[in-house]
Design a protein around this ligand. Structure first.
Ligand SMILES: C[C@](O)(CO)[C@H](O)COP(=O)(O)OP(=O)(O)OC[C@H]1O[C@@H](n2ccc(N)nc2=O)[C@H](O)[C@@H]1O
Ligand SMILES: Nc1ncnc2c1ncn2[C@@H]1O[C@H](COP(=O)(O)OP(=O)(O)OP(=O)(O)O)[C@@H](O)[C@H]1O
Length: 275
């Protein structure tokens, strides 16, 4: 067995409609998901006993014990491995840090051992199924129903995390309304980035109002993005607090990222949906 590496790209919910709640308390979603060219990196090596080392610029505060989702992913595959997790993405940030790391671990361990990943991916986290093959997708159920959208146009964006960790369960618990309209079915044909952006403006992230009530820093991030020259749409991803702004091209996104930089904020110009 030789070591293997996998990238764990940031997940962005371009739209996130909460459509109901199941008897077990999990919410049903209808979400348009894309991935960014900003990522954590997972490296796995064969070992007698499982171990984890967390490195990188965003390692602080990330669990290094069995509660880390990469360790839970390895345990679910029944593989003992020495894992190195290089953190670049803010944790508890609404861009699937833990879920994308778990999915990357499963891909790396599958490459290292030849074993198949476990069948019940959602048991590791509702975002793990969509993170298994990172690409544009419509996600439904509680996250286990994933429909790839190969033709979705790529977008130039800026991600802003205002430095507040927002626990996902608290955001769902504060929803004023659990039954909301789903995305249109089927989705319309969206020829280019501008058509996609215009259409997205009429969709929602239903978790944005409860997250804003919990973490006022989100208002500041959304306001700053919306006021950046060229920004066509500013919205929160997942359960927050990371927000994204959509821009006409990579140069406008890069200029905005530079202008938005401030202490305590994580700001990145990214390309969404072009993996
Ligand atoms: C909000 C999203 O980020 C949208 O992509 C995800 O659905 C959250 O995915 P995740 O972080 O992998 O979520 P999990 O770790 O499975 O769940 C964390 C908590 O969020 C709530 N949760 C999550 C997903 C879902 N469909 N309904 C929920 O109510 C539950 O309280 C759950 O205990
Ligand atoms: N590999 C990991 N990276 C980051 N956080 C992790 C990891 N494993 C476990 N955690 C824990 O999970 C919690 C948040 O996980 P995660 O980063 O997936 O949230 P999120 O980005 O808000 O997810 P989502 O976009 O699905 O709402 C944190 O409290 C953190 O302690």
């Amino acid at each position: 067995m030789t070591p293997a590496e996998a990238r764990a790209p940031a997940k962005v919910n371009l739209a996130l409609h909460v459509t109901g709640r199941r008897a077990d308390g999990y919410h049903t979603l209808d979400s348009l998901v894309v991935f960014a060219d900003a990522a954590d990196v997972v490296l796995v090596r064969p070992a007698e006993t499982p171990s984890l080392r967390v490195t990188g610029p965003r390692a602080e505060g990330v669990p290094t014990d069995a509660s880390n989702l990469v360790m839970r992913a390895a345990a679910a595959m029944g593989v003992a491995a020495a894992i190195e997790l290089e953190k670049h993405l803010p944790a508890a940030g609404g861009i699937g840090g833990g879920s994308s790391d778990a999915a990357a671990t499963l891909r790396a361990l599958a490459a290292m051992t030849g074993r198949a990943p476990p069948a019940d991916l959602a048991a590791l986290g509702a975002d793990v199924p969509v993170c298994m093959a990172p690409g544009p997708a419509r996600m439904r159920g509680i996250g286990e129903v994933v429909e790839p959208l190969a033709t979705l146009p790529a977008l130039d964006a800026v991600l802003v995390n205002p430095g507040v960790a927002v626990p996902t369960p608290q955001v769902f618990a504060r929803l004023a309304r659990r039954e909301n309209p789903p995305l249109p079915d089927p989705l319309p044909a969206l020829a280019d980035a501008l058509a996609l952006t215009d259409w997205l403006a009429a969709q929602r992230n239903d978790l944005e109002p409860p997250a804003r009530a919990l973490a006022p820093g989100i208002d500041a991030a959304l306001g700053a993005l919306a006021g950046a020259p060229g920004c066509r749409l500013a919205r929160m991803s997942g359960s927050g607090a990371t927000c994204f702004g959509l821009f006409p091209d990579a140069a406008a996104a890069a200029r905005a990222a530079q202008a938005l930089a401030r202490p305590g904020w994580w700001v990145r110009a990214v390309r969404l949906g072009a993996q």
